[in-house]
Design a protein around this ligand. Structure first.
Ligand code: SAH
Length: 216
């Protein structure tokens, strides 16, 4: 399937990036990636016209694609360099995944809903974003160790397993709380909890992080 990226889309995308600058996003690597990735490919065509507004949109399986300013904020907080291993929990539409890929991360991403996982894995493949997609429960993470972990659903608590899979010196960005969440940036300075440096980075509203896989 060919996907279009017209001058109109590109123009709207430039405007979106300027809006993000205005909202305090200053990491040029993030802004450049978001100027490049066609967000409209990651939402249903019925919503195409809204693709470059700073708002969350409904995608399949009753999930949402995070608003551009949230994707930008989380990507900026991750503070990673190209080539780093980044684990994402909550693939959803794949837009955040694509932005991380465009920034040069080696991305591993987990989605718990089978339908969404299959659809997004196919989309990322077809559009050339080379993330490794997994169907699974983000609470279990993925065997291996990661430089960065980004959680894109609201977690009721900090998942221990994920903290174990984070390298020492690594950073996890995670919205914590039920209903509304507080965005935390946790720098793992050592293995014990006392060595986790936690920064509070604002209030957000995400869909909840749920247990287990959903096989449809
Ligand atoms: N990064 C996504 C955000 C999608 S919304 C985007 O840019 O579109 C969050 C996603 O997290 C949903 O698709 C939801 O199904 C998924 N999710 C919720 N709990 C999860 C879990 N335990 N493991 C993996 N994915 C989960």
């Amino acid at each position: 399937m060919t996907r279009e990226d017209t001058y109109k889309h590109k123009g709207l995308r430039h405007q979106m990036v300027e809006t993000l600058r205005g909202k305090g996003i200053s990491d040029e690597a993030v802004l450049k990636a978001m100027d490049t990735v066609p967000r409209h490919w990651f939402i249903g065509s019925a919503l195409d016209a809204y693709a470059y507004e700073d708002r969350a949109l409904k995608i399949d399986c009753e999930q949402t694609i995070s608003r551009p300013s949230t994707v930008a904020a989380q990507s900026q907080l991750l503070d990673f360099r190209p080539g780093m291993r980044v684990l994402e929990i909550g693939t959803g539409s794949g837009y955040q995944t694509a932005v991380l890929c465009a920034m040069g991360a080696k991305v591993f991403t987990i989605e718990r809903q089978k339908g969404l996982f299959e659809q997004t894995r196919k989309l990322l493949r077809e559009t050339g974003y080379r993330a490794q997609c997994f169907l699974g429960d983000g609470y279990q993470g993925l065997a291996g160790s990661y430089d960065r972990i980004i959680v894109t659903c609201g977690a009721p608590e900090i998942p221990e397993t994920l903290m174990q899979q984070l390298k020492v010196g690594g950073i996890m960005v995670i919205p914590l709380g039920e209903g509304e969440q507080e965005m935390l940036r946790i720098t793992k300075q050592g293995e014990s909890r006392e060595e986790w440096h936690v920064e509070h980075c604002g209030t957000y509203s995400f869909v909840p992080m749920l247990d287990g896989k959903q096989m449809r």
